[in-house]
Structures are given as structure tokens and as C-alpha cells.
Design a protein around this ligand. Structure first.
Ligand code: BDP
Length: 342
């Protein structure tokens, strides 16, 4: 297995190095005089990294965003979308974005929490009752402020995308909270998840998303957790055939731009980019709703054993120590999340 992990990481390093060599940063050229005013700015070709395959809802959102920017600048700003972790795994990509070597990414708030503490709030368990509650918060002023706070981490949040609720799945049968005990669970790379697993009696193994399939397959880990679309599109359901719908987290996706890229843009281009990101959200959310249903149907048809959790209270009670530990740190935002419930 060591070999496998090594191979995967070598591949990601090569992919990253390849990406860097292929087009370090943006290509900029000035247009000649006499052009129409909306074309008078600089020309850019930017890259946008996403971990998911080309037909996944986040990538559909990314492409809509890129198309809108292209249209609204008459082709002056091109954003090339690189799906399927072609530019590397999320943590490595975010590091490149901070440096400005990759200009855009769509990333999960989970790993983002390690770069900007504020985003850790989304890894806290059961803080949102539903997607409706989550979106009410995301679209509120505090939700927008959170995006703006990425500036202190050399990035700028442009928009949130949907990601549903996350559930546990395992190689071993898992039909109750008690079955979590002793399981080695892959979690997103965020320290809150380590406390979360401990509270459930499990052991956390933080790991990049791209390594989860082979780690499940070879038994390096027993379990992982994700939403229906990721569980299905990553084929994890083929190697971890027991799913329990506990809905422990709702971790939104974030579309972001490198702060160093942002600094180079004219005021007008910034406005176009920000607005295009927001205007891509309905497309992503629609694609999400559709894909989520299809993914659920596919894994059900594949014979996965699915346990519904009728009463989530014992799960909430079990993870209470995690909320107690982090409440002082996240008090303001947790109050704002509570306020969005009403
Ligand atoms: C998926 C997110 C993806 C994360 C992945 C993970 O869309 O960005 O990389 O979870 O678990 O739901 O790492």
C-alpha cells in the first residue's frame, strides 16, 4: 500500500510540476489602440482547478462561471477549467493559489479551514438543520463577510456552491452510532475532524481525496464520509458498500481567486468576475439537485446497504464535546448561523 500512496503522490507532484511548467501564472498581453472600450484592458488566460470530474456539479458551475467571464469581456479574459485534480489535490492547489501560480479554484470549505480558521465552522457537526438553513446563512451578510475574510489568507472568496450533507460509509456493516467505534475513517484535512472522529469513538485519518479509493480498497482505512455525488462519482461505493445517512456536516464549496491575481485586475474586471461567479450559482445548484438524486439512485441500484437515521439526537449528543470545545472560538458565527434558522 505504501507503494500505492507513493505512486499517487508522485503523480500529483508531477501533475503540479507539469501545470507549473505549462503556464506559470497568467498570460498577459496588451491590446492595440483603437479597440472598443470594453476591450481596452489586458488580455488574460487563467486556470481554474477542481478536484471533480468534468460532469460533476461543481465543474458545471466552474464552466458556467468561465463562460460568463468570457462572454462579458468579449473573450478578453479566458478561464480554462482543469477538472479531475489535473492541477493537484486540493491542499496543494490552495497553496498554489496563495502564490498566484494557479489563479482560481473551486475547493471544499473542509480543507480551506486549515488555511483560514473562519472556514472551520463548516466542519463543525450538525450546525445546519437543512440545505435551506445553510443557504440562508451563506446568502446573509455574515456569510458574505466570511468569503471576504479569505483576503487575509491571500485569496478572495467569490461565491459558494452546494455540496449537500455528508454521511459515513464503510467496508464493514455500519447501521448504528455504536458501529462507528474503532473504525479508521478518512476525513478531510481539517483538525476539527480529528476531534469529531474521537467523539464518535473512531480514529481519524486525514488524507487527500484522490487517495481514498485505493485506501478503502486495500483496507488502509475502514471508512470515509461524503455526500451522495462524491460517494458515487469517486466509486467509493464500490469498495465501501455500507452507508449510514447521519448527515453530520454540511460543508459548502467555495469558488475563489488568488489575491495576487485580483490585485492585478482593473476595477471593471473585478466587478465582472465577482458578478459572473454569483451568476453561476443557480446553474451549479440546479446541477447539484439533479446529480444528487441520480447519484443516490445509482448507489441504491448497485446494492449498497443504506441505513436511514431516524433519530439523529444520539449522534448530536455524542459530538457535543466538539461543539463545546470550539464554541468559544466560533461563538459569533455560530450565533449568526443560529439566527439564520429563524
Ligand atoms: C467533496 C468535495 C471535494 C472534497 C471532497 C473530500 O466536493 O471538494 O475534496 O469532498 O472529501 O464533497 O475531500
Amino acid at each position: 500500500m505504501k507503494m500505492l500512496t507513493k505512486t499517487v503522490s508522485i503523480i500529483s507532484v508531477l501533475a503540479l510540476a507539469g501545470g507549473l511548467l505549462a503556464g506559470c501564472g497568467s498570460k498577459e498581453t496588451s491590446q492595440g489602440a483603437g479597440e472598443a472600450p470594453q476591450d481596452s484592458g489586458k488580455k488574460y488566460t487563467f486556470r481554474l482547478a477542481d478536484t471533480h470530474p468534468a460532469d460533476y456539479p461543481t465543474v458545471i458551475g466552474d464552466k458556467k462561471f468561465a463562460d460568463l467571464v468570457n462572454e462579458r469581456t468579449n473573450g478578453r479574459i479566458k478561464i480554462e477549467v482543469f477538472p479531475a485534480s489535473q492541477l493537484g489535490e486540493e491542499k496543494a492547489v490552495v497553496e498554489q493559489v496563495q502564490l498566484g501560480a494557479i489563479e482560481f479554484t473551486r475547493v471544499s470549505s473542509g480543507p480551506l479551514g486549515e488555511f483560514n480558521k473562519n472556514f472551520g465552522v463548516f466542519s463543525l457537526p450538525y450546525v445546519f438543520d437543512s440545505d435551506e438553513h445553510l443557504w440562508k446563512f451563506l446568502e446573509s451578510e455574515p456569510g458574505n463577510k466570511l468569503l471576504d475574510s479569505l483576503e487575509s489568507s491571500k485569496m478572495r472568496g467569490l461565491a459558494y456552491y452546494s455540496s449537500g450533507a455528508r454521511h459515513f460509509y464503510s467496508r464493514k456493516p455500519i447501521t448504528s452510532l455504536a458501529d462507528m467505534k474503532g473504525q479508521k475513517v478518512r476525513v478531510q484535512q481539517n483538525k476539527i475532524n480529528i476531534d469529531l472522529m474521537a467523539a464518535l469513538g473512531a480514529n481519524a485519518t486525514p488524507m487527500a481525496y484522490g487517495e481514498v479509493f485505493s485506501s478503502l480498497q486495500t483496507g488502509v482505512i475502514d471508512a470515509a464520509e461524503n455526500n451522495f455525488p462524491s460517494y458515487q462519482s469517486s466509486n467509493h461505493y464500490e469498495v465501501a458498500k455500507n452507508l449510514i445517512l447521519d448527515g453530520h456536516q454540511r460543508v459548502p464549496e467555495v469558488l475563489l481567486i488568488s489575491q495576487s491575481t485580483w490585485n492585478k485586475l482593473s476595477e471593471e474586471d473585478r466587478k465582472i468576475i465577482k458578478q459572473a461567479a454569483l451568476d453561476s450559482v443557480p446553474t451549479q445548484r440546479e446541477a447539484w439537485d439533479k446529480y444528487e438524486k441520480e447519484a443516490e439512485a445509482k448507489v441504491r441500484a448497485a446494492g449498497v446497504t443504506i441505513t436511514e437515521v431516524k433519530d439523529v439526537k444520539p449522534w448530536q449528543d455524542a459530538v457535543k464535546p466538539v461543539l463545546d470545545k470550539y464554541r468559544p472560538e466560533y461563538k459569533d458565527v455560530m450565533d449568526q448561523i443560529d439566527a439564520a434558522r429563524k
